[in-house]
Design a protein. Structure first.
Length: 711
């Protein structure tokens, strides 16, 4: 009993500490309060001025009419009154604005339907010390959130929150991780002091509405202007004054918004602390690390069925397919699996991000995952196991619920009559086949995913292999060499940002690079250093490219396959060389025609059409070359050829008499998209043929030496 009491006391102490806002949170809250007070003071001054102006205009208007009642004075007097009213309406219109959350994609559940899930929610609510949600909804996506309909009056009136839980999330996390995520959401409302964030949010919405959501106001002003030319004059004058008001409010908005975002980041840290105290630090960390993989996997399934709409194909349950895709990518990337879930480590999560630049992102509402994980590890709250299994195991009649949410997704699509319902087996077979067709052998460990095989080769390069090369494929494509690619990408990304800081397009006072503090004045030296680093790194990668070539040339000599290897390299080089020119001409055609998809003045359209027709000549020439080149024959279907030939033969004018010919515009952009698809697919195929052939040489070599084959 004493041990039990000690544990309970410790838990209560942990939760009290977690619920207590940090000093930094209090600091951000004070700054937010200051910015709100600044807004209130400024806004009251504007309202007072608008009321006075409205009264003066009304008085002047009535006096003008009373002095000499006639048509002109009545119009001018009425215009004066409208002038004042317009400005006042502009300043108070937000009061009538409400933000309704779309619930059409949500499915409400009750405690009677899902007692286990509600039991978990109830326990979290009691432990955190907040209110139970007004309603609980299930959705399809990888997400969980607390939401409510808001308006100006919700700053003063209590509003109960709703909870939304995505099945795409529950399908890919453990029960403990779900508890941590839900505790995070309720952590946002765990103390009265947390209401400050909601208050600042609503003030932000007020200013945003006043500045940018003016469609109904604009319509009202236009109607007034349409009454009479006299009224129109005063509407124009009112708009001039309103522009000045907007200028003032924009300055206030920046201050309020920056403080709101800073407070939001602190609120995330606070909510994480609550979640860690309720479920344990590690439960939230593992969930955060897996969310990106879970979301990517579900989007893969969505993309598959989006492509099947024309074939009227759907499925009863997308979630086993999401899990299949997630497991596939976890295995592909060597991520270990525990309790049927991939455990994405810190090392793996940061593997692809080699940036050494640290900026305080003042415009972000959330801290980075890296910062959140560091904060959670520092808290180091022990895991408080709630139960084993996947989070969807909490659902009563789980399969029915998953199918119900899936049905709601597909019901939003018009398949016509008798859609085809496919099973998971078909999806898995086609997914794996697509992966096989659209990915390179695992032998390369991702080295060539965003890098081309070497094309700068001399004519005698294939005459004999290097005899000094002692490397093996496992050395060439090991993690150390792959890391060079990520390091180069990190340096390039950092360089671009530092150049923006240097030329003042990215305003910051200080930033950290590789653990050292810098100011904008230090950028020039740092840019020179990073450019030298980048050049040295690119030299290492080019040397590695040559070693890769020499390695496979040696294998080709051993298997009498040099001629095939030479042909594949030459094809890849020729197609790759053409691609650069083709992409340039494609981009130019898209650039000169892009105005067709935007609202453009008539005179500008007529001028741009001359450029379109000039560039169209060049583009049609490229299309003709494409059809005549045997490199592209495999990627051009009969339908593709007919579409291209039709476009080449046509003499479209695209626009006349003040209107576009939509079918001609669609034909232009359809042919552009087809051109881009053919050249990129052909380039990919040439690259894949070469890499597949080299991988086959490696397999043959390993088989001869009785070594395990892993490509």
């Amino acid at each position: 009993m004493p041990v039990l009491l000690s544990c309970v006391t410790k838990l209560i102490f942990m939760l009290d500490n977690a619920l207590k806002p940090s000093e930094n949170f209090r600091k951000m809250a004070r700054k937010s309060i200051g910015s709100i007070l600044l807004f209130i003071f400024t806004y009251l001054l504007l309202i007072f001025g608008a009321i006075c102006l409205t009264l003066i205009c009304a008085f002047a208007g009535f006096m003008l009419i009373a002095a000499k009642p006639m048509f002109i004075t009545i119009m001018l007097g009425g215009g004066l009154v409208c002038f004042g009213i317009l400005i006042l309406v502009f300043l108070v219109k937000f009061i009538f604005k409400s933000n309704k959350i779309d619930r059409s994609h949500l499915t409400q559940i009750t405690e009677a339907e899902q007692p286990e899930l509600f039991k978990m929610i109830d326990g979290i609510v009691k432990e955190v010390g907040t209110d139970f949600p007004k309603k609980v909804y299930l959705s399809s996506e990888v997400n969980a959130s607390v939401f409510y309909d808001s308006s100006f009056w919700s700053m003063f009136l209590p509003v109960r929150k709703n909870l939304q839980i995505g099945l795409g999330l529950m399908n890919c996390i453990s029960v403990d991780e779900l508890k941590a995520i839900l505790a995070h959401e309720f952590g946002h409302f765990s103390q009265k002091s947390m209401r400050m964030g909601s208050y600042v949010y609503n003030v932000n919405q007020v200013i945003y509405n006043t500045l940018y959501e003016n469609e109904s106001y604009g319509s009202f002003a236009q109607k007034l202007a349409g009454v009479s030319n006299y009224f129109a004059i005063f509407v124009v004058l009112a708009n001039k004054i309103i522009s000045g008001i907007q200028f003032i409010l924009k300055k206030i908005y920046d201050i309020v918004n920056l403080n709101h975002l800073a407070l939001s980041r602190e609120m995330e840290f606070h909510a994480d602390a609550v979640a860690a105290s309720v479920a344990g630090s590690e439960a939230l960390i593992t969930a955060l690390h897996r969310l990106q993989l879970a979301d990517y996997s579900l989007n893969n399934v969505f993309d598959y069925y989006n492509a099947k709409i024309r074939e009227k194909e759907k499925t009863n349950n997308i979630y086993p397919q999401q899990k299949f895709v997630m497991d596939f990518y976890a295995n592909l990337q060597g991520i270990r699996v525990e309790n049927n879930l991939p455990i994405v480590s810190d090392e793996h999560y940061s593997k692809f991000n080699k940036s050494k630049l640290v900026l305080k992102d003042q415009w972000s509402s959330h801290p980075s995952t890296k910062d959140r994980v560091a904060h959670l590890r520092n808290l180091n709250y022990p895991l408080r196991g709630y139960g084993a299994g996947i989070a969807t195991d909490l659902l009563v009649n789980k399969d029915h619920v998953l199918e119900q949410i899936t049905k709601k997704l597909f019901d939003a699509i018009d398949y016509g009559s008798s859609p085809l319902v496919s099973d998971a087996g078909k999806f898995e077979t086609e997914f794996l086949e697509t992966q096989r067709k659209n990915s390179f052998p695992r032998l390369y460990n991702g080295y060539f995913d965003f890098r081309n095989p070497i094309i700068e080769l001399e004519s005698n390069t294939f005459d004999k292999p290097s005899t000094s090369l002692q490397l093996q494929a496992i050395d060439l494509f090991g993690d150390e060499n792959i890391g060079l690619l990520y390091l180069r990408d990190g340096i390039n990304s950092d360089l671009n940002t530092i150049k923006q800081i240097e030329d003042k397009t990215f305003p910051v006072k200080t930033f950290d690079y590789d653990g050292q503090r810098y100011t904008p004045e230090d950028c020039l030296e740092l840019i020179k250093y990073l450019e030298a680093e980048n050049e040295a790194l690119e030299d290492r990668l080019k040397q590695l490219d040559h070693q890769v070539f020499e390695y496979f040339l040696l294998l080709a000599f051993k298997h009498n396959s040099v001629a095939e290897l030479r042909d594949l390299y030459n094809n890849n080089k020729a197609i790759n060389t053409l691609l650069e020119s083709q992409n340039a001409k494609y981009a130019k055609m898209v650039e000169v025609a892009s105005f067709m998809h935007t609202s453009t003045p008539l005179q500008t359209i007529e001028q741009q059409m001359y450029l379109v027709k000039d560039e169209e000549v060049v583009f049609k020439e490229q299309l003709g070359l494409l059809l005549a080149n045997t490199f592209y024959a495999e990627q051009i279907t009969v339908e593709d050829r007919a579409q291209i030939e039709k476009f080449i033969a046509a003499n479209y004018i695209y626009f006349a008499g003040g209107s576009y010919f939509d079918d001609q515009v669609d034909e232009l952009f359809g042919t552009l998209n087809l051109f881009a698809k053919i050249i990129n697919d052909t380039n990919f195929k040439a690259k894949k043929n070469l890499l597949d052939f080299q991988a086959a040489l490696e397999v043959a070599c390993l088989t001869e030496n009785n070594k395990p084959v892993a490509i």
